[in-house]
Design a binder for this molecule. Structure first.
Ligand code: CA
Length: 230
């Protein structure tokens, strides 16, 4: 997909970072708007809704989590957090609050661009659900409820299958423990992190060449899991 013309809103109070993003993103063909405060960002987002928002958490007027919350009352396109706050609790709060991804400062522009592309690919896909999901050697056929690895059928229990489909449907995106538990086991089990560990381990044994160095089901330490996008 060509990024050509996609409109990105950067909400960030540090001018050197805004300037750097402006230069690197325009270089990739994106159109950029920039806001130096939370209120300004909210105003700009509503007057001209962008295709993606890059949001800092440490803003002079509002906390970024509050900006995220107010944006998510109406804004459905991707929001990527770009923050110096690297604690797991901050990441979990932002992801559960509706952020699509979280990049910590200092950041590499290549990584940020890759996360942006993944987030926008998801947003475009959010129409009718695809029945077949293919990543690398793994193919999930949801209409036949069949999983193949290198062409061979893999036998999964119903919960393993549900967990795999949840991960694969959001490929590329970090899913928090709480989100996965709620989706797969239901809201009453949202604290039972050990369920997840056990089922992720058994999925890895069935799907990964080397379960100790997973290629598909990646651990986001202390936060959750991410299914590799490609
Ligand atoms: Ca800041």
């Amino acid at each position: 997909m060509q990024p050509g013309g996609h409109h990105i809103l950067v909400i960030e109070d540090e001018q050197p970072i805004r300037r750097f993003l402006m230069a690197s993103l325009s270089n990739e063909g994106y159109r950029i708007s920039e806001a130096a405060s939370g209120e300004e960002g909210l105003r700009m987002a509503s007057s001209q809704p962008p295709d993606l928002v890059i949001l800092d958490l440490g803003l002079p007027d509002l906390d970024g989590h509050d900006v995220l919350k107010r944006l998510r009352e109406w804004y459905t396109s991707p929001i990527i957090i770009l923050s110096a706050r690297d604690q797991e609790t901050q990441k979990i709060k932002a992801l559960d609050g509706g952020a699509d991804d979280y990049v910590t400062k200092p950041f590499g522009i290549g990584e940020l661009l890759a996360r942006m592309r993944t987030a926008m690919r998801h947003a475009q896909r959010s129409g009718p659900e695809e029945t077949t999901i293919t990543v690398g050697d793994i193919r999930v056929d949801r209409s036949a409820r069949l999983v193949r690895r290198k062409g061979e059928e893999v036998h999964l229990t119903p919960l393993e299958y549900k967990l795999l489909v949840t991960l694969a449907r959001h490929a590329g995106k970090v899913l928090t423990h709480r989100f996965l538990l709620r989706e797969v086991w239901g809201p009453q089990n949202s604290q039972e992190n050990h369920y997840l560990r056990v089922f992720v381990a058994s999925l890895r044994r069935k799907l990964e060449d080397d379960p100790a160095r997973p290629r598909y089901i990646l651990t986001e330490q202390g936060v959750g899991y991410r299914f590799a996008a490609d």
